[in-house]
Design a protein around this ligand. Structure first.
Ligand SMILES: Nc1ncnc2c1ncn2[C@@H]1O[C@H](COP(=O)(O)OP(=O)(O)OP(=O)(O)O)[C@@H](O)[C@H]1O
Ligand SMILES: CC(=O)C(=O)O
Ligand SMILES: [K+]
Ligand SMILES: [Mg+2]
Length: 488
């Protein structure tokens, strides 16, 4: 039997743990499709070096890997400790020092990045640190200091985030650092730009404008991690290319008990609006230390796959964990298992997905036919990747080979569930010949075999983005030469 293709895509965050010699290459070999540069940590030089290193590793292995740059956004963080991580003990006092010149922290106090924080909190507020692993209750607020009692303690290290339970603790949408980082993302040639703490569609439109001004062409990812983003979900999804269920901050802003329902809601909203969706944070958290995931983590990753996510993401597990490559291997294994055991059921009735464009209609036609006559694959000849995006919004079991000469488009398609981008240039031949050449190319690569039925989508004019307007049903003949078939 042919090796099972993995349909769900894997994103891994880079960091100190992936800087070790050979570490990146292992990660890529284990199946990472896209790497995330978290612009909340490290210098521009670190990110440039990591982007170059991952491209070198991918080239060496003969695969394509995309780069996602994740803006810090208006996240409030603690500053650094004088002598490494501290241990917070429940019931003990801990003070947040909001002065600009606060000294490096210790087990009793630490500075914060937002110097007006003391104006925004009041006694009895609960502050959550490190995505909720540690919590503090505000006792009193003095001049530039917030005195707290530790509710849930634990190890606290430099630059962890602070949220208030119930939300509402953030400053303006795009900071000066974010603006500089958008220019950095353009310089690095990032394939995806993730915008943190989005509240309204305009946050995405602003980021897109700044990115274009800087010469970037990345796809825009809206991180859904605030209460306001849930209220404005439809307009934000429409304004973005992809959305991320950013469970770390979302869980502390809205309460962790709401996460399962919100994850399903965000994934459904993304798919029906023809957008891509990433599920992120603490998916394999115990693997920061442990070489194997917990049962709960296995179920969590599998459930995200069953919910219909395009991609699952690793954060600290790969950025600062002890077993980055094992975390990727575990994710791959669990995704494959979930994909084997659960047959997606897609609603192909009219109205279940939006149809605004001809290429979307062709994609629906292809999916409907695939479900009726049974095909080995859908082959999409695509310039911009748009047809592959529309095809992949349906949850089916048919692999979609997306053939494009455009490397940037191929890397963007790396996030789409069920889509396998393949480099292919039709070299100016007409559409009929291009479809036949594409099938033979996939046959020679070993993706198709004699006797396979395939659906091909194409445009009347090859090399035109958004021009897909034809659908063909063909069979692979001897030597991979396509033949028509009259009987089903
Ligand atoms: N590039 C990096 N350099 C140093 N440490 C990193 C880096 N990336 C991640 N880490 C460590 O891993 C932890 C978890 O990674 P993650 O990317 O989820 O960060 P975060 O600060 O929680 O994220 P976000 O700002 O996106 O909410 C970080 O808090 C940090 O301790
Ligand atoms: C990824 C991220 O920013 C979060 O989960 O909060
Ligand atoms: K970030
Ligand atoms: Mg976040």
């Amino acid at each position: 039997m042919a090796e099972q293709l993995r349909r769900t895509k894997i994103i891994a965050t880079l960091g100190p743990a992936t800087d070790a010699p050979g570490a990146l290459k292992k990660l890529v070999a284990e199946g990472v499709n896209v790497v995330r540069l978290n612009l909340s940590h490290g210098s521009a030089a670190d990110h440039a070096q990591r982007a170059a290193a991952v491209r070198a590793a991918a080239a060496e292995l003969g695969v394509e890997v995309g780069v996602l740059a994740d803006l810090q956004g208006p996240k409030i963080r603690i500053e650094r400790f004088a002598a490494g991580p501290v241990e917070l003990v429940p019931g003990h006092l801990f003070t947040l020092d909001c002065r600009a010149d606060a000294p490096a922290g210790d087990a009793t106090r630490v500075g914060v990045s937002y110097h007006d924080l003391w104006r925004d909190v009041k006694p009895a507020d609960v502050l959550l640190l490190d995505d909720g692993l540690i919590s503090l209750e505000v006792l009193d607020v003095g001049d530039r200091t917030i005195r707290c009692s530790v509710l849930a303690g634990g190890r606290l290290s430099d630059r962890k985030g602070i949220n208030r339970l119930g939300g509402g603790l953030t400053v303006a949408a795009l900071s000066d650092k974010d603006r500089a980082d958008i220019r950095l993302a353009a310089e690095l040639g990032a394939d995806f730009l993730a915008v943190s703490f989005v509240k309204v569609a305009d946050d995405i439109e602003q980021a897109r404008r700044l990115l274009h001004e800087a010469g970037g062409s990345a796809a825009l990812v809206a991180k859904i991690e605030r209460a306001e983003a849930i209220e404005n979900l439809a307009e934000i999804v429409d304004a973005s290319d992809a959305v991320m269920v950013a469970r770390g901050d979302l869980g502390v802003e809205i309460g962790d008990a709401e996460l399962p329902g919100l994850q399903k809601k965000i994934i459904r909203e993304a798919l029906t609006r023809s957008r891509v969706v990433i599920t992120a944070t603490q998916m394999m958290q115990s693997m920061v230390e442990s070489p194997i995931p917990t049962r709960a983590e296995v179920l969590d990753v599998a459930n995200a796959v069953i919910d219909g996510t395009d991609a699952v993401m690793l954060s600290q597990e790969t950025a600062a964990g002890r077993h980055p490559d094992k975390a990727v291997a575990a994710m791959r294994r669990v995704c494959l298992g979930a994909e084997r055991q659960f047959e997606p059921t897609e609603d192909l009735s009219p109205g279940a997905h939006r149809l605004d464009r001809t290429d979307q209609a062709i994609a629906l036609g292809a999916m409907f036919l695939a479900s009726q006559v049974g095909v080995r694959a859908i082959v999409a000849l695509t310039e911009s990747g748009a047809t592959a995006q529309w095809l992949s919004r349906y949850r089916s079991t048919v692999p979609i080979y997306a053939l494009s000469r455009n490397a940037a488009a191929r890397r963007r398609m790396l996030l789409y569930r069920d889509v396998y981008p393949v480099e292919f240039d039709a070299h100016g031949v007409g559409p009929t010949q291009a479809s036949r050449d594409a099938i033979q190319h996939l046959y020679r690569l070993g993706h198709l075999a004699v006797g396979d039925r395939v659906l091909v989508t194409n445009g009347d004019h090859t090399g035109q983005g958004g021009g897909t307007n034809t659908l063909k049903l063909l069979m692979v003949g001897a030597d991979g030469v396509a033949e028509g078939l009259s009987d089903l």
